[in-house]
Design a binder for this molecule. Structure first.
Ligand SMILES: [Zn+2]
Length: 101
């Protein structure tokens, strides 16, 4: 998937649409893979790494499927060119490869 280097987007700090720089986040400020409802469900069901790790009083964890998908979700960061504040994308899209043009 090809992606432009800049885009016009609404900036919550400037309270208007401004030019934003697009960068791909590798690690660090990345969001978790689970959504809020899924995290609560994982803690209830005790998925490995979440909640009461298969100890007494909880159901055994379902094994995680690995290597099922060949694509990864994008993790885009938008940096405002006016105030330099940055926001992360709301929803990622599945692509095998991402390049900026
Ligand atoms: Zn701004």
């Amino acid at each position: 998937m090809k992606q432009p280097k800049t885009t016009k987007r609404y900036c919550p700090k400037c309270k208007k649409a401004t030019e934003h720089k697009i960068t791909q986040v590798k690690s660090g400020s990345k969001r978790g893979t689970l959504k809020r409802g899924s995290i609560q469900r994982a803690q209830k069901r005790s998925v490995p790494g979440k909640g009461n790790k298969n100890r007494w009083g909880s159901k055994p964890a379902k094994p995680k499927r690995t290597g099922a998908k060949t694509s990864k979700k994008t993790n885009t960061k938008y940096t405002c060119n006016v105030c330099k504040k940055s926001t992360l994308q709301k929803k990622g899209i599945r692509t095998k490869k991402i390049e900026s043009e």
